[in-house]
Ligand binder design. Structure first.
Ligand code: PLP
Ligand code: CA
Length: 302
């Protein structure tokens, strides 16, 4: 037998939700900002939650920046958020390697951008690869073989706007030929919204290429995997039932909250519309939905 989750309810009494939890986890793109633009009413809403003593945590699947770089972005947008409150999937990759005691005499091969490199460096891991790797035409003369480093013990794949065939081959050699080599994905988002004019291929496309060539499945550290939720709950000593996960995406954010046993709130300020939520094709139902987080300031009990 199976149970179906009740349909999401429109948020009517924000204070009741706020009083029922001690921590809010906010997704970033589509909740706090859209690209480089702050969403209406966010500073006032975060201030109100802080004044009520709520713990605020920010979780993003976008691995292109480190926590420090996100700290700067929050600051530029006029938001009072510290690096320690930010958990990007770039950081999650490094934190995961630490959590499994990945040996520091082994190396990490990175298919991804700067954020992952910065977090690996901070965590004390040796790495190679990154955005500038490869890119030149590979001359396939008879007998040519690509060398790879036998000390690579993990391949981390994230969103990479400089993705190329060299990187696919290098990562594949490490995973197939280095005994016990790990395959870690920061996230598997199918699409991302680099511009508001269309959907763009997301980090899942780079991960999918490596799945295709290795016939292996990655260990995902970003949403909706439970790694960051477990990490946060452990780090801050929070009960998951005392968390409300707020996000704009059903298959990453809301699933992340539900996988963690948290309360969930979908906001319609990002990629999900009310008709997508209510479509018969959608099986992921948050507890509540509302237009944007600043509704917290106006939705009071009648
Ligand atoms: N990955 C990339 C490359 C992105 O550009 C974005 C959003 O801008 C995301 C993932 C999703 O980020 P978030 O989890 O903050 O919505
Ligand atoms: Ca989002």
């Amino acid at each position: 037998s199976f149970t179906t989750k009740a349909s999401a309810q429109p948020l009517k009494n924000a204070d009741e939700l706020i009083d029922s939890v001690e921590t809010f986890i906010f997704d970033c793109d589509g909740v706090i900002w859209k690209g480089d633009k702050l969403i209406d009413g966010v500073p006032e809403t975060l201030d109100m939650l802080r004044s009520k003593g709520k713990r605020l945590v920010f979780v993003t699947n976008n691995s292109t920046k480190s926590r420090k770089q996100y700290g700067k972005k929050f600051e530029t947008l006029g938001l009072n958020v510290s690096e320690e409150e930010i958990f990007a999937s770039s950081f999650a990759a490094a934190a995961y390697l630490k959590s499994i005691n990945f040996p520091t005499d082994k190396k990490v091969y990175v298919i991804g951008e700067d954020g992952i490199l910065k977090e690996l460096e901070l965590a004390g891991f040796q790495y190679l690869g990154g955005p500038d790797d490869g890119g030149k035409k590979i001359e396939l003369k008879p007998g040519f073989l690509m060398e790879h480093d036998k000390d690579v013990g993990a391949v981390v794949v994230g969103f990479d706007r400089h993705f190329n065939y060299y990187k696919v081959q290098y990562g594949t050699l490490c995973i197939r030929e280095n005994l016990g080599c790990l395959f870690i994905a920061t996230n598997r988002d199918a699409v991302t919204h680099l511009t508001d004019a269309q959907e763009w291929a997301g980090g899942g496309s780079m991960v999918g290429a490596i799945c295709g060539s290795t016939q292996r499945e990655p260990h995902v550290v970003g949403k909706p995997s439970t790694f960051m939720m477990d990490y946060l709950a452990d780090k801050f000593g929070i009960l998951k039932s005392q968390i409300c996960m707020v996000g704009d995406r059903l298959d990453t954010d809301i699933l992340f909250g539900q996988n963690g046993g948290c309360k969930t709130l979908l906001v319609l300020s990002g990629v999900t519309s009310l008709s997508m939520l209510q479509s018969p094709n959608n099986s992921i139902q948050p507890d509540f939905y509302t237009n944007k987080i600043s509704d917290f300031l106006s939705l009071k009990a009648a």
